[in-house]
Design a protein around this ligand. Structure first.
Ligand SMILES: NC(=O)c1ccc[n+]([C@@H]2O[C@H](COP(=O)([O-])OP(=O)(O)OC[C@H]3O[C@@H](n4cnc5c(N)ncnc54)[C@H](OP(=O)(O)O)[C@@H]3O)[C@@H](O)[C@H]2O)c1
Length: 288
């Protein structure tokens, strides 16, 4: 598997990662299926998994996805020493809804709980502040992450759903290695709001979330004629075309396609070998 540098850390990770969300929210598969998906991703050479404390069904189920990933890595027969697990904190799941909580007390507590859920025997590889909460300043909400780095609970810090201004403010508090914002054929804001350009300039890894529009919308990709036509011409899936298109946008991009089936992640990694010409990229730009 092709690899990529994680920010300026000097650490190499697979150029395509695995998004853990579909394995833990509503309509999630049986645990044995999810473990098989994670094991298969590792077999395929994936060394980067994205998760969050809030990938679960509700508050009582908090940290489900982190515990699942820990269980899968623990039971994997091969080498897991190079695996990077990027988790997040700052969202709550009351009755299955999504709300923000950037209170420093909550973030201190959830960082500790994520550390435990991921095994409790080494620092969290990457902890990302999930989304800014306007009830607290960026400085206040990121202070617990800075403390946790100093205490050996977190190795690297990232941010998610941040503007350029917010990223700059967060970097004044703590070193940031990655930014995770929504980016798909239907959501191209990172191209215009300056975040992608900033990440490239500053050598931050950009993790596009919901690259296929998420679990509800992904099958609509077939209905974008340019994408369907290119997939047909190249004999690959529409998912491969979308990942190749995203990867063409900047060397700092590391897609994290979600999967709850082994066939999905197996197909997604094939995108590594799909190359699009400038004209093909432009055709997709025009059509989306
Ligand atoms: N930071 C944030 O605020 C935020 C928000 C949302 C997501 N995320 C992260 O981003 C990751 C990716 O986003 P996502 O999971 O919401 O959506 P996504 O990656 O856009 O789409 C995932 C869905 O697409 C299907 N799929 C994926 N690859 C496929 C393939 N090659 N062939 C056929 N079907 C395929 C999967 O189906 P199956 O389930 O049937 O395998 C899955 O349900 C998440 O898992 C999560 O880690 C972050």
């Amino acid at each position: 598997m092709e690899s990529k540098q994680l920010g300026k850390t000097g650490i190499s990770v697979s150029a395509i990662g695995l998004g853990g969300m579909p394995m833990s929210i509503s309509n999630r598969p049986p645990e044995s299926q999810s473990i098989a998906v994670i094991h298969h991703a590792l077999d395929l050479g994936i060394t980067f998994i994205d998760t969050a404390d809030s990938y679960c069904q509700d508050e009582l189920d908090k940290h489900h996805n982190e515990r699942l990933i820990h269980k899968a890595l623990n039971s994997y027969k091969g080498d897991v020493s190079r695996m990077i697990v990027a988790t997040k904190g700052g969202l709550m799941r009351p009755n299955g809804s999504w709300t923000r909580n950037g209170s420093p007390e909550h973030l201190r507590q959830t960082i500790r709980a994520s550390f435990e859920a991921l095994g409790g025997n080494k620092p969290i590889d990457i902890w990302q502040y999930h989304a800014p909460d306007s009830n607290y300043t960026i400085e206040k909400s990121l202070a617990p992450a800075k403390e946790a780095v100093a205490d050996g609970l977190i190795r690297f810090v990232g941010v998610s759903n941040f503007s350029v201004e917010q990223i700059k403010r967060s970097r004044d508090v703590v070193d940031i290695v990655s930014v995770q914002n929504q980016y798909s054929p239907w959501q191209r804001q990172p191209e215009t709001d300056g975040v992608l350009k900033y990440c490239e300039q500053e050598e931050l890894t950009f993790l596009p979330w919901s690259p296929f529009g998420g679990s509800r919308r992904h099958s609509d990709l077939q209905d974008i004629p340019v994408i369907a036509q290119l997939a047909k011409e190249k004999g690959v899936s529409v998912y491969n075309i979308v990942l190749a298109w995203l990867r063409s946008k900047s060397p700092c991009i590391l897609p994290i396609p979600g999967a709850s089936k082994t066939s999905s992640i197996e197909d997604s990694v094939r995108a590594i070998d799909v190359k699009l010409s400038e004209q093909e990229v432009e055709k997709i730009n025009q059509a989306t």
